[in-house]
Design a binder for this molecule. Structure first.
Ligand SMILES: [Zn+2]
Length: 95
């Protein structure tokens, strides 16, 4: 394992969050409450384990890295984030 990748590894399961396209920001307060510091990465499932709830769109600040238009995302990350974009259109699918 090269040192340059280690900062992308999930703190809990050690999966490479860059490789599985789970590179994202959540609100700092929420992050600190589960991770204890600003550094480190967690994959979606480990983060939700620590939070003991599912992530929702409001957990994600409006930054480029959280915009599905610009960032490649895993399906489960996309599912959490995209409710930002489909809030008022139940049953409507975007592609
Ligand atoms: Zn993990």
């Amino acid at each position: 394992m090269s040192k340059s990748r280690s900062k992308f590894l999930c703190l809990d399961c050690r999966i490479d969050t860059g490789k599985i396209c789970e590179h994202y920001f959540i609100n700092t307060d929420t992050w600190i409450s589960v991770a204890g510091s600003k550094t480190g990465m967690l994959c979606i499932s480990c983060l939700e384990n620590r939070l003991k709830r599912k992530l929702v769109a409001s957990d994600f600040p409006d930054v480029t890295i959280n915009n599905p238009k610009y960032a490649k995302m895993s399906l489960r990350l996309l599912n959490r984030i995209k409710s930002n974009y489909v809030d008022n259109s139940v049953g409507y699918e975007t592609h």
